[in-house]
Design a protein around this ligand. Structure first.
Ligand code: UTP
Length: 296
């Protein structure tokens, strides 16, 4: 059965990006020409997803406005002879349905996903974090590959992983693969949330994309608050694994590198790379950067 539903959690407060995120959702921060969340939606659309549920919070209404059809703006562009700009708004007409629900208290990512339970019903679904871009524009195909593996292996969950330096394992959920005979697709023996280096079973870090059967909701409901006193998705996945469920990892390709727009370092990194890749301005940006670096 083709997977058509995706949940995009965007309810986190983004405290690591204060003051930017005081009134602006981090998912709306510009990376090159577009806000972060538009890349996420385009990636899902390319992978065949059709119905997208955003789990939002009080400071996130800009996201709903962004994906709305702005008839007045379209009219204005037509009347003022700026039809060429209509192309930039083509995403408004994509064959996607948008849904929104509120996570009324920020109790963690696991809890945010639980807010989607009645929307999802009995179908398998994708989860894509709204603050993470995979690959410089239009490169990532990871969700499609994850869905293929989900069906092929009759899995209960498939998770994207990216190898990170040892110094970063404390930031992510880290996999313990059963074996790495096939390093691209592997079954999970264990998953640990934000371990310190000594406890990390590998350097394979969760890369913000997941495919789940609805059975995940039962595990989420039984999950007690963990790290940071939040209901951790990783803890629910670990409970699935401990229960003998089939949980697989799929590795992202180098060109699907994760840009986590949750901290300034990674955000600046993403902006620079996307600005350099811009078809009209990339060259100019490169020259400017070179001249700035030569001055230093
Ligand atoms: P983060 O770990 O980045 O947390 O969330 P955060 O609250 O957004 O940011 P900081 O730590 O305060 O800077 C990872 C993902 O989980 C979602 C976020 O929106 C992000 O996509 N999330 C997190 C929720 O939807 N609800 C929550 O209660 C927590």
């Amino acid at each position: 059965m083709a997977i058509k539903l995706a949940v995009i959690p965007v309810a986190g407060r983004g405290t690591r990006l204060i003051p930017l995120t005081k009134s602006l959702p981090k998912e709306m921060l510009p990376v090159g020409r577009k806000p972060v969340v538009q890349y996420v939606v385009e990636e899902l659309s390319r992978s065949g997803l059709e119905r997208l549920l955003f789990v939002t919070g009080a400071t996130k209404t800009a996201i709903e406005n962004y994906f709305d059809l702005d008839v007045e703006l379209i009219d204005h562009l037509r009347k003022t002879g700026k039809e060429d700009l209509l192309e930039e708004l083509a995403f408004e007409k994509a064959d996607l349905q948008y849904f929104y629900t509120r996570q009324r208290r920020q109790l963690g990512l696991g809890h945010a996903i639980l807010c989607a339970e009645s929307f999802i019903g009995n179908e398998p679904f994708v989860v894509a974090l709204g603050d993470t871009i995979l690959g410089v524009p239009s490169k990532a195909n990871i969700v499609r590959r994850m869905i293929e593996q989900f069906e092929l292996k009759k899995a209960d969950a498939v998770i994207a992983f990216e190898e990170v330096p040892e110094s970063e394992v404390h930031r992510y959920g880290i996999a313990a693969p059963v074996s790495l005979r096939d390093p691209e697709v592997f079954r999970l023996a264990r998953i640990v949330e934000k371990p310190n280096v000594a406890e990390a079973p590998s350097c394979l870090a969760v890369a913000s994309r997941y495919v789940f059967r609805p059975s995940i909701f039962g595990y989420l409901r039984d999950t007690k608050p963990g790290k940071n006193n939040e209901i951790q998705l990783t803890d629910a996945i670990q409970a699935m694994i401990a229960d003998g469920k089939k949980v697989y990892g799929v590795r992202v390709l180098p060109e699907e590198h994760r840009f986590d727009i949750g901290n300034f370092g990674s955000y600046f990194d993403a902006f620079l790379e996307f600005a350099l890749a811009d078809p009209d301005h990339g060259e100019e940006v490169r020259r400017k950067m070179e001249s700035l670096l030569n001055k230093g």
